[in-house]
Write a protein that binds this ligand. Sequence first.
Ligand code: GGG
Length: 348
Amino acid sequence: MTTYKLALIPGDGIGGDVTDAAMAVVQAAARRHDFTVQATTFDWSCAHYLRTGAMMPEDGIETLRGFDAIYLGAVGWPHTVPDSVSLHGLLLPIRKAFNQYANIRPHRLLPGVESPLRSDGFDILCIRENTEGEYSGAGGRVHQGMVNEVAVETAIFTRAGVERILRFAFEQAQARRGHLTSVTKSNAQKYSMVFWDEVTREVAADYPDVTVSHMHIDAMAARMVMAPESLDVVVASNLFGDILTDLGAAIQGGLGFAASANICPDGTGPSMFEPVHGSAPDIAGQNIANPIAAIWSAAMMLQHLGEDRAADTIIAAIEAATAQGIGTVPGSHSTDAITAAILSALEA
Ligand code: GGG
């Protein structure tokens, strides 16, 4: 029987609530489909930072290297640790260290979930560049606290980085409906985004079966609200992708439904799976967080590990629960009740 070694990082706030739910579902799926998941839990979080001065130990990345996958709940406890510290101390170093350059975020309506758009349906796959661009961490501040203070943040786009995310996105489009929309702001950002457009045109020559559209981020935001059904695969830089996928979450009913996978496509390190949402300190530990995004992310993890049947079973179980109205409206069901409904559909 295959055993997968999983590094589990619940993180902060509702991270613990939703990872408990997701792991219960993963273990049930493993039992049903004859494999085992051996999870090792790491308490890396803002609490860890307050105790030790770091979000994870110095050898944290090396420790993770030995796992088949990483599953993360949420990061951030802004009352005590600035968000920029927690993000740059845990989530971003993991994405960069393991070359998880492709962040996959699906946006579609689950049965029974109402979109604020009152849309009949859409099925968008957002591909976010995940290791460079506006999140490169290059920059600095001088004259702090003075009237002539300056802050500079440099977005870095490399040919290798842009080309590889575009190729990944083209391949996703080939496997779906054959349409890719590349999102930039190349009218205003005349170096990096013009470069991105040029590389898109070069790479497109290798994928003649994919139709490519170019859109500016502002027009894309409007398109996602006005005509989401017109979109198939969408590819964007790190920051633009982050913003668009919160919009994607909103049109699919809320952040409680938005799943994500941080994929290392060349397989040189483990990939990481996490719900799009953050730690939501205001509802942490109250058994009211929606675990669907986390459970869907766990299904993406099993699919990545090659356990397609288990992943499909989990998605079907989520859909069976939401079709009965369970977990579709904020506050109507507890975390435990939603998890129990998904488990019972899974085990039926
Ligand atoms: N579920 C992971 C999490 O806590 N995300 C919060 C966040 O702010 N993420 C920023 C990002 O994905 O770049």
